[in-house]
Ligand binder design. Sequence first.
Ligand SMILES: N[C@@H](CCC(=O)N[C@@H](CS)C(=O)NCC(=O)O)C(=O)O
Length: 211
Amino acid sequence: MIDLYTWTTPNGRKVSILLEELGIDYAVHSIDISKDEQFDPDFLKIAPNNRIPAIVDQETGVQMMETGAIMLYLAEKHGKFIPKVDRWATIEWLMWQMGGLGPMLGQVHHFVKYNAGKSEYSEERYSKEARRLYGVLDRRLEGRDYIVGSGRGEYSITDMACFPWIARHDWQQIDLNEFSNVRDWYVRIAERPAVQSGYQIPKYVTDIPMP
Ligand SMILES: N[C@@H](CCC(=O)N[C@@H](CS)C(=O)NCC(=O)O)C(=O)O
C-alpha cells in the first residue's frame, strides 16, 4: 500500500495518474496548499521541501518527495512504464520535464494567469519559453505516438509527467492546434481511463480540458 500526499496540481496529478495506471492500492491524503498544509510539521517529516506530492511505501518503508524520483521508484518497483530499450531516453525526457517544462510553465501560471500586468518582462520571458518548450515537444513527437520507446514509441512515465502540465495549455494561453503533434499525443493520453481517474485525485476540480 502506498500513502500519497497530494493536491489538485500538475505535480500531484503526475503521481496519481501513475498509481492509477499501475492499478495498485493507495491511500490519498489531501494536502491543501491553498491553506498552507504543506508546512504542517508532520508533512515536513516526509517532504522536507514543503511541496506536494510525496509518498510513503508501507511495504518497504521508503518515503519520498520529488515527482521524478517517485515516478522512477514506482515504475521500477512494478517493472512498468520504463521501456527497456529506451531506459536512458525515458530518464532524459523525464529530466527535461522536471528541469524545463514543469518549472517554466509554472512561471507562466504565476505571472500570466495569477499576476497579469505586474511584470511585462516576466510574462514575455516565460510565455516565449513556454512556446519554445511546446515546439521542442512537438518536434520530438513528429512521427511518434509517445515521447520515448522504439518505433512509434511506448507509453511511459515521461508521458505521464508531461501530460498534466500540457493540460493547463489554456492557463498558458497556448492553442494546441498550433502544435499538432502535441495535440494528438495529448488527446491520445486524455482518453486513457487511468488518466481520467488519476486527474481527479484528490478531488474533482474540472474535467480534463480538451482542445
Ligand atoms: N520538483 C517538485 C515540485 C513540486 C511542487 O512544486 N509542488 C507544488 C504544487 S505543483 C507545491 O507543492 N507548491 C506549494 C508551495 O509552493 O508552497 C516535484 O516535482 O515534486
